[in-house]
Design a binder for this molecule. Structure first.
Ligand SMILES: *Cc1c(COP(=O)(O)O)cnc(C)c1O
Length: 460
């Protein structure tokens, strides 16, 4: 069976560079196909037949594993992580607590320690791997809430810009906060948090009887890859005794590189940091990470009353963390292996080089597109994302429509796929370089298609 699966995946990977990138037409025919959408049969079918069904089912939609994928925040799907998953799933050891699988929990703990070192957090830090950035953010805000507000938290107020990922606002709601608890802090012309305005908002809220408790800084926004002024936010949080959370789901891992570490300075002062290895460490979807400066605060917010759980009593506590006491899950997959195996197999230098290459490619795209009169660029990339719109005459609506048409034409060629976003009411095209398979040749294809179509759209 494994051989058949490997053959199928080899074919997928061989075809991947030229495979379709995006088909967003709704595949009514496929979705209604009775051969595909059968109830599970009483007697099984051949694996080969089923892999063919999976292959057809995987065709429509988007293909973030492709080197031509520059939309949203690209995924990658490191094959070695997939192999680690296979091993972990078949071994099927229980890692919710340390005692049933101390060796595997130790490997995962070492990976978390390495991540904390990349971010620059002290030895008091700890955390856990989650299914993604959203769940990690939820646990971060619950920890901040528990540490700073206790049980009577409805007057608590947290601060973020309008560029913050919506996962933060959603997490605040899930953590029990009323809608008004999230204060939107203005941004400067470059979309960075205005720390003067933040200080003013905190003071005004205190005067009005609210309880400021947390500031969320972005270590790379999803819209434009903008990094908030983290050192200044850290200063304000220290002065005002606020929990400093950094959302590094897109950008945090760039701290592995020299340039990234420079741009992300201040992240090491956070009380909690979210990373998303399924974005910027190229892993398959399903891997986020939460790191908390004082792991005791994370534990205090999440550990249930385990004395009440009679069925857990046979398990002694070890020097290792019980991940179930640090997050919402009890039973979980052996998530650590999918990070541990690739890191040890390829070496950290390979990850650093890949991230450096993404920074280089984004800088190269900026340098080339900056000189195209038909395009207006937002600014040099702070990480690996550039944002742009069409130049030239017309109302904002007309320019927005031209930018949308530009992306439509570029995407229609089928070699690259870009998506747009809305910032301050305007449509921006985005080029986010993050897939580990994206190389200079494919970036040049994107740049040349953007240049060609932008010029054609600008011609009277
Ligand atoms: C993707 C993203 C999130 C949400 O993470 P998921 O892994 O999609 O749940 C949060 N913040 C930022 C900046 C992101 O890019």
């Amino acid at each position: 069976m494994a051989g058949q699966v490997v053959d199928y995946l080899s074919g997928f990977l061989t075809a991947l560079p030229d495979a379709p990138l995006a088909d967003l037409s709704v595949p009514h025919e496929l979705l209604a196909d009775p051969d595909l959408r059968r109830p599970p049969p009483e007697d099984g079918r051949a694996l080969g037949e089923l892999l063919a069904v999976v292959d057809r089912a995987a065709r429509p939609g988007l293909n973030p594993a492709s080197p031509g994928y520059f939309a949203f925040i690209p995924g990658s799907g490191l094959v070695s992580a997939g192999l680690a998953d296979l091993v972990a799933d078949v071994l099927n050891r229980y890692t919710g607590m340390a005692a049933p699988a101390p060796g595997l929990v130790a490997l995962e703990t070492d990976v978390l320690r390495w991540l904390a070192d990349v971010v620059g957090l002290p030895t008091s830090a700890g955390g856990l791997l989650t299914s993604g950035g959203s769940i990690a953010t939820l646990s971060a805000l619950i920890t901040a809430r528990h540490a700073r507000l206790g049980e009577d938290f409805l007057a608590g107020t947290l601060y973020a810009t309008d560029q913050v990922h919506h996962a933060v606002v959603k997490a605040a709601r899930l953590a029990g906060f009323p809608t008004g608890a999230v204060r939107i802090v203005p941004t400067d012309a470059g979309l960075h948090m205005d720390v003067g305005a933040l200080a003013a908002a905190v003071a005004a809220d205190r005067a009005a009887g609210r309880v400021p408790f947390c500031v969320v800084g972005s270590a790379g926004t999803t819209n434009t890859g903008t990094v908030d002024p983290l050192p200044q936010i850290a200063d304000l949080c220290a002065r005002e005794d606020l929990w400093f959370h950094v959302d590094g789901a897109y950008g945090g891992a760039f701290a592995l590189t020299e340039r990234g570490a420079r741009r992300l300075r201040g992240m090491e002062r956070a009380d909690s940091v979210v990373l998303d290895p399924h974005k910027s460490l190229f892993l398959p979807f399903g891997t986020g990470a939460l790191l908390v400066r004082d792991v005791a605060a994370l534990r205090a917010a999440h550990s249930g009353d385990q004395d009440e759980a009679g069925y857990l009593h046979d398990l002694d506590e070890l020097e290792l963390p019980d991940f179930a006491a640090l997050g919402p899950e009890l039973t979980r997959d052996t998530r650590g292996l999918r990070l541990w195996l690739p890191l040890h197999l390829h070496g950290v230098a390979a990850f650093r080089a890949a991230l450096d290459e993404k920074l280089d490619l984004a800088a190269a795209a900026y340098a080339l597109l900056r000189d195209v009169d038909a395009l207006t660029l937002l600014g040099p990339p702070e990480l690996s994302t550039i944002a742009f719109h069409c130049s030239g005459p017309g109302t904002p609506e007309e320019v927005d429509a031209r930018t949308a048409e530009l992306l439509r034409r570029v995407n229609a060629e089928g070699r690259v796929f870009l998506a747009s976003t809305r910032v301050r009411g305007r449509r921006l095209g985005r080029l986010c370089v993050l897939n580990h398979r994206t190389d200079r040749a494919r970036l040049d294809e994107a740049v040349s298609a953007l240049t060609r179509h932008a010029k054609a759209l600008a011609a009277p």
